[in-house]
Ligand binder design. Structure first.
Ligand code: FAD
Length: 423
């Protein structure tokens, strides 16, 4: 069977790409493997992205907002917030139904072989079905060659309360061997412990967490196991870029944050949108190498930010145990060595009205992906004007760049705040 694009993997990322491509008129096939069991807490930003896809959060199990409690850091600072509890399989199903509604065709099973044949990719599924398309989007989750953070593992277990709980909620707390997140709703408890997979049997780590955290012990004592203890890799990762024509990578396969961020689904959905834009642009004549560079730079920058945030979050608990110092140090080593030299202008791919093209951007240590425009003014051009004549008036710059003076003022303010030109 022939399509315009084959998507491998039907987690949130694969189905979001499928929705975007199908809604732009492409014939899309999605190969859907099994969704691993588990419960996740969705951030407000993830909900916005789901709504953008046309998914009402009320479809996601009807739980709604759950209040988060907990402590963090050596001073046991209170952690507060709200997250939406969702079953991983319910989320995958909701995004998948949306893509099907938009015309994507689903094929249950897994891809066992992919081979290039002239200008198309041919995929063989486990049941022998063959799918062919010039474009492949691989969204198989945390798999393949990677630049990786410390090899963390998450142990998760579904448990059952004897009686339903009055309100849904979640808790997060550090202990000496890792951190625990647990979520309750109705008569169900999901316990997740993130730890290093070494020094003794990892299954004991849930017991260890319970022994150190009285409120977790309390929750465990009120429940009995309703499923096996499942292990998932849980480190931040950046997939090694694929360089095969027509082959794109998205979701956790391309880049995954440490689960402590709570933004995994958000990043999967936003990354999927970027990849869909790149694929559509290339089909309409954009330069493929430039589009790939755009996508890769975006993932690299998000990974860099995520790793820096994780370094800080783990370091904060350094006094609690060796786990925290080891993981904080390992993430610290991964942080990009930032170029602290003066801001510079580079030719980079930018997104312009849904298309990707090369433009001069201003790159600074705080803006490693580069900034192209502020208030419609090219900051690289404005920087060039000011380097030529530091006393250039707003009116002259407005004339030279053909923009209203108010926009020049905004762009100038950005250059000053970024430390590119003197205030
Ligand atoms: C322990 C842990 C806890 C997390 N908690 C949260 C949280 O609370 N909130 C949050 O926002 N994010 C959380 N995340 C992150 C979130 O789960 C992921 O970022 C998100 O699921 C990524 O979506 P994806 O579509 O890229 O990959 P996945 O959801 O992993 O989907 C990949 C799909 O590809 C399929 N597949 C694999 N191989 C093949 C093949 N050969 N053929 C066909 N299909 C295939 C799989 O079956 C699977 O369905 C957590 C992650 C971890 C590890």
């Amino acid at each position: 069977m022939t399509f315009d694009a084959v998507i491998i993997g039907a987690g949130p990322a694969g189905s979001a790409v499928a929705s975007a491509l199908a809604s732009s008129g492409a014939r899309v096939a999605v190969v859907a493997g099994r969704t691993a069991a588990g419960v996740e807490g969705l951030s407000e930003r993830s909900l916005v992205q789901l709504k953008y896809l046309g998914i009402d959060p009320a479809e996601l199990g009807g739980i709604g907002a759950a209040r988060r409690v907990g402590t963090w850091g050596a001073d046991a600072r209170p952690v507060k917030g709200v997250e939406w509890l969702v079953d991983r399989s319910v989320l995958a199903e909701a995004v998948r139904s949306r893509a099907e509604l938009l015309g994507a065709r689903y094929f249950p099973g897994t891809v066992t072989r992919s081979a290039r044949n002239a200008a198309t990719w041919r995929h063989r599924l486990v049941d022998g079905t063959e799918l062919e398309a010039p474009v492949v989007v691989e969204a198989r989750g945390r798999r393949g060659p990677e630049v990786a953070g410390p090899r963390l593992v998450a142990l998760g277990q579904r448990r059952r309360f004897a009686a339903a709980q009055a309100a849904a909620g979640t808790a997060i707390r550090p202990f000496s061997g890792g951190w625990a997140w647990w979520a309750w709703r109705r008569d169900e408890l999901w316990v997740q412990v993130v730890t290093l997979p070494r020094s003794g049997p990892i299954a004991n780590r849930v017991r260890q967490a319970g022994a150190e955290l009285p409120d977790l012990a309390d929750a465990l004592s009120q429940t009995s196991p309703a499923g096996a203890l499942l292990a998932r890799p849980a480190h931040a990762r950046l997939g090694v870029a694929e360089d095969r024509p027509g082959w794109w990578v998205t979701g956790d396969k391309a880049m995954a944050l440490d689960p402590m961020s709570g933004q995994g689904v958000y990043e999967a959905l936003v990354g999927a949108k970027v990849v869909a834009t790149a694929v559509t642009g290339v089909a309409a004549g954009d330069d493929e190498a430039l589009a790939r560079q755009f996508v890769a730079e975006r993932y690299r920058a998000t990974f860099g930010r995520g790793v820096r945030a994780a370094t800080g979050l783990y370091a904060e608990n350094g006094s609690i145990g060796d786990f925290w110092r080891t993981v904080g140090r390992a993430y610290g080593k991964l942080c990009d060595v930032q170029d602290e030299t003066a801001a510079r202008v580079e030719r980079r791919p930018v997104l312009d009205g849904g298309r990707i093209r090369a433009e001069d951007v201003v790159v600074t240590p705080r803006h490693p992906r580069g900034v192209w425009q502020v208030a419609g003014v090219s900051v690289a051009k404005l920087m060039g004007c000011l380097h030529r004549d530091a006393r250039l008036s707003i009116e002259s710059a407005a004339l030279e760049l053909d923009r209203p003076p108010g926009d020049i003022v905004q762009a100038l303010r950005w250059l000053q705040e970024a430390g590119v030109v003197a205030g």
